[in-house]
Ligand binder design. Sequence first.
Ligand SMILES: [Zn+2]
Length: 312
Amino acid sequence: MVRSLKEYEVENNKSFLWPEGILIALLALGGVFSLAFMMLLRPNASEAQSRQSIDIKDVSANVGTQHRIENLKAAMLTSWQQEAQTKGLGYPLAPRFQGAIIEEAKLTQGEKVIALTFDDGPWPQSTEQVLDILKSNNIKGTFFVVGQNLKNYPELGKQIVAEGHVIANHTWHHWYHFLNPQAAAFEIDRTEDLIYQVTGVKTNLFRPPGGFLHNGLAAYAKGQKYAVVMWSADSTDYKQPPVPKLIDNVIKDSKPGGIVLMHDGGGNRSKTIQALPEIISNFRKQGYRFVTVPEILEMEDADKKLLANKKQ
Ligand SMILES: [Zn+2]
């Protein structure tokens, strides 16, 4: 759009409250510089002369462009901040889950959703195989990683997050024995820090190794406002059962809002890898949808809020 000098002046006086004189002087100066510049470039003065009016309009257009650039910059900053929020600041956790122990999501509508969780990675081969199966089925899972494994295989940790899965804290050493508060803090904080360094995610989900809730780790995690995430269906894949048994373990204990325990690391996971596609298709046949742990908790939170509003 080409605007007249007068329009430009009025508009800018409104928005910037510049004194009219200064504005005109600036525009005139701009015009003179443009003219001088044009004359340097084009020895043909008359042609430069004929372009003078256009040049003044160009000044106006340039200011418009400046505005557009500023707007674009602001938009880019906003989108970067949003991205940082999803990638860098972690997953929002409703206050009701901070410091709580969770075995499943309690969904009042019985929505057929289930959260697949994978522990003890990242692990060479098996983590990638799990990721590939999830990707080909368009499913997002939740990975409780062991700090020392993440240190050894940071690229796999990055891949987990890059492919849209949730990464969470499963301590540094995966110890079962009693830990004093300092040792528990080390186990959890060091893993938290490494997850952040490697992936940019600030996690607030913790799963105690072996599901032990009384050796000092869960107590420390609760104090740090972590959600202590257990499970409602255990594949017992760590015992390496025959594949049909592994599948059955998952399916028989699963219900809407359930959290399934499996392992992508910590040993030979070939049975888990074999069972996973079958488990997925079985759930799908039953009409289940797959969600991450933060998503399933968000659903429970929304359910509870709805219920509270109805009661009022
Ligand atoms: Zn574990």
